[in-house]
Write a protein that binds this ligand. Structure first.
Ligand SMILES: N[C@H](CCC[C@H](N)C(=O)O)C(=O)O
Length: 290
């Protein structure tokens, strides 16, 4: 029987099981199985997946994220805020501003302290990618998909595709409470026109700096929040002339609010909370499909 220490953390209810790779190493071939198992609320710990906090040769720290189905994602906004909180509070990083490496590149984190603990974090998420070849999605790779008509389940929808290092498709709706999250979400997630799958977001515009947001995540299904998805939603709202670029936009997610600005320089700033839930020991059988 093998064990590892974990910390459960969440960003607006989007929770992951975090493992400190500076102190222990999990078997690479077991990572998808460990992610599936720890995420299970009945037989595991309960989360939207697994996040590894690792040494990096390019940044202060590296983050790897695995969804609850065991697939590896390339970025995770809520995860980045929790990683920033963890490494600062555990003295892995001493500065308040530092770099985090993800599979889709480097981002800059800034932690904000209250009473000796990190209450919220700002992440510079970098520039969104809009070309179909960057999402990736089918079609002319040098074109964008902004207000594009796509058919799913026999119905036509106007959609916008944005990559934040991971793929997102945004549907605008009149009433967020009636968004077809669990009916349309899984269909779009696995649509063949998205060769790497896609995170599916629904957005209701409130005004030029406020929107409601719900998400069906690639590899995790409905989650309480999605940081990269909220950034993609703000980009899509600006591109569709619904919100104002350069204005900080409040995104109301199921789990709470994120504050996001698409700056005139082109990068996306995301500010929001990060919380520690608990720590513990996880037990598993090495070398087996656990
Ligand atoms: N919840 C994460 C997104 C995970 C993305 C993952 N579902 C994928 O891209 O496969 C966030 O806060 O950005």
């Amino acid at each position: 029987m093998e064990t590892f220490q974990f910390t459960k953390m969440h960003g607006l209810g989007n929770s992951y099981i975090y493992v400190n790779g500076f102190e222990e190493t999990l078997p690479e071939h077991l990572l998808p199985d460990i992610a599936r198992k720890v995420a299970n609320v009945h037989t595991g710990i309960g989360s939207d997946g697994l996040i590894l906090i690792l040494p990096s040769e390019r940044a202060n720290v590296k983050m790897r994220i695995f969804n609850s189905d065991g697939s590896e994602g390339k970025n995770c906004g809520n995860g980045l805020r929790c990683v920033a909180k963890y490494v600062y509070e555990h003295n892995i990083v001493k500065e308040k501003k530092f770099l985090i490496e993800t599979l889709s590149g480097l981002v800059e984190a800034e932690v904000h302290e209250e009473n000796g603990r990190v209450s919220c974090v700002t992440i510079d998420m970098g520039h969104p990618k809009l070309l179909k070849k960057e999402i990736p999605m089918a079609g002319n790779g040098d074109e964008t998909a902004i207000g594009e008509i796509m058919e799913f389940n026999g119905s036509k929808y106007e959609v916008t595709a944005v990559s934040m290092g991971n793929p997102h498709i945004i549907f605008f709706v009149d009433d967020i409470e009636k968004a077809p999250l669990t009916t349309l979400g899984p269909v779009v997630e696995k649509d063949a026109r998205f060769p790497e799958g896609v995170n599916v977001e629904f957005v209701e515009i409130v005004n030029d700096h406020e929107l409601h947001f719900r998400v069906w995540e690639r590899g995790s299904g409905v989650t309480q929040a999605c940081g990269t998805g909220a950034c993609a939603a703000v980009v899509a709202s600006v591109l569709n002339e619904q919100t104002t670029r350069g204005k900080e936009t409040v995104v109301h997610l199921a789990g709470g609010d994120l504050f996001i600005k698409w700056t005139d320089e082109g990068n996306i700033l995301m500010k929001g909370p990060a919380e520690t839930v608990c720590t513990g020991t996880y037990y598993y059988e090495a070398g087996s499909e656990i």
